[in-house]
Design a protein around this ligand. Structure first.
Ligand SMILES: Nc1ncnc2c1ncn2[C@@H]1O[C@H](COP(=O)(O)OP(=O)(O)OP(=O)(O)O)[C@@H](O)[C@H]1O
Length: 354
């Protein structure tokens, strides 16, 4: 870690402390997350959920993991440094976002989510504190809770922030998927219009109460399986007729209201996917970034915690792949992520250990 000079603490969460630091060799600013838990082997590090999901998530709207360093069983994740998170950004601005600004922010969030979901992961803890902003860029961060969509249920319910959690999570659904991220995105977009969290409750049941107050009590036609889930845990939904989103969000256009209402559907399968959300009329006219990755991005030094001999073997392979790929793309530095052999390799970092 001696190559980094710590500048100041910029964040603190349940899993670690985040420092702004400077790479003394290059002058580059980075964010260093020091994890609280100890990691004793390189395998432990690479199996870490945040590391696994970040390795696959190479996208302009997902924060870039640049390096992993393990020193004295302490793990440091070195990220690109962003200005601040969306929560701090909103507080500092002290004024409401315009709809154009909201559209720009949300479009990028959905692009990041679409990529993550396409790669088979969902975030599970999307909230303004986990969305990092710099200038006009937004990047999804803190993939510590992310899990593979085909991971084995039941999932744990150790919630950190409850306000963005989907109702099926509160009702202990044995299986849920990427639609929990779509719910969270809906709650975040609504909040951007008012600067007030939509479902600001002090406990799980308080958040559920607030959800019912806004959406109205679910019925067999709005969420059939939800009634079953509630019965299983002896939960009784409070009685509410519901409120119109257009009344709750008077400054939002009808397209925005329509998108938020669909994202905040009781029934997970009625929420649009991130890809569908990007095609919603709310985003008409927005330019969608093609699913490309920069070659140099994929070659970041993610394998610092792996023994040197394997690292060298792997870097050699990466170099070879890069060269052959560069000659294929004839002059262009961009390749389709799904076709990128380096990207495929990164999905299995231990391929050279075999
Ligand atoms: N790359 C970064 N650039 C700038 N700030 C960052 C960066 N990464 C994290 N932060 C800041 O540090 C805070 C905590 O980081 P992070 O959410 O990754 O930690 P955590 O321990 O996993 O938190 P949580 O309890 O939410 O799971 C963020 O909310 C953000 O303000």
């Amino acid at each position: 870690m001696e190559k980094y000079e710590r500048i100041m603490e910029i964040g603190r969460g349940a899993y670690g402390v985040v420092w702004k630091a400077m790479n003394k060799q290059t002058g580059e600013l980075v964010a260093i997350k020091k994890l609280i838990q100890e990691y004793h082997t390189a395998e432990d590090c690479m199996n870490l959920r945040e590391v696994k999901s970040l390795i696959m998530a190479n996208h302009p709207n997902i924060v870039k993991l640049k390096e992993i360093i393990r020193e004295n069983n302490t793990l440091f994740l070195i990220f690109e440094c962003m200005e601040c998170d969306l929560y701090k950004f909103t507080v500092a601005r002290m004024k409401l976002f315009s709809e154009t600004e909201i559209r720009n922010l949300c479009f990028q969030i959905f692009q990041g989510l679409a990529h993550m979901h396409h790669k088979g992961y969902f975030h599970r803890d999307l909230k303004p504190e986990n969305l990092l902003v710099s200038n006009n860029l937004v990047k999804i961060s803190d993939l510590g809770m992310a899990r593979e969509m085909n991971g084995k249920p039941p999932y744990t319910h150790n919630v950190t922030t409850l306000w963005y959690h989907a109702p099926e999570v509160f009702l202990r659904a044995p299986y849920y998927n990427s639609s929990v991220d779509m719910w969270a995105a809906g709650a975040i977009i609504a909040e951007l219009f008012t600067n007030q969290p939509l479902f600001q409750g002090s406990s799980e049941s308080d958040v559920m109460y607030k959800i019912c107050r806004v959406l109205g009590t679910p019925t067999e036609s709005t969420w059939f399986s939800g009634l079953d889930l509630a019965r299983n845990i002896c939960y009784r939904f409070p009685d509410f007729p519901g409120v119109r989103f257009s009344e709750l969000l008077p400054t939002a256009s009808s397209d925005a209201v329509n998108l938020i209402a669909s994202l905040l559907s009781w029934c997970p399968c009625e929420r649009p996917t991130a890809m569908q959300a990007l095609q919603h009329p709310f985003f008409h006219g927005c330019y969608r970034m093609p699913p490309t990755v920069r070659l140099e991005d994929t070659c970041c030094n993610i394998l610092n915690s792996v023994p040197l001999v394997f690292r060298i073997a792997r870097q050699r392979e990466l170099l070879k792949e890069t060269r052959s790929l560069r000659s294929c793309v004839s002059g262009s530095e961009r390749v389709d992520a799904s076709e990128d052999p380096i990207h495929k390799l990164l999905l299995n970092p231990f391929v050279f250990l075999k």
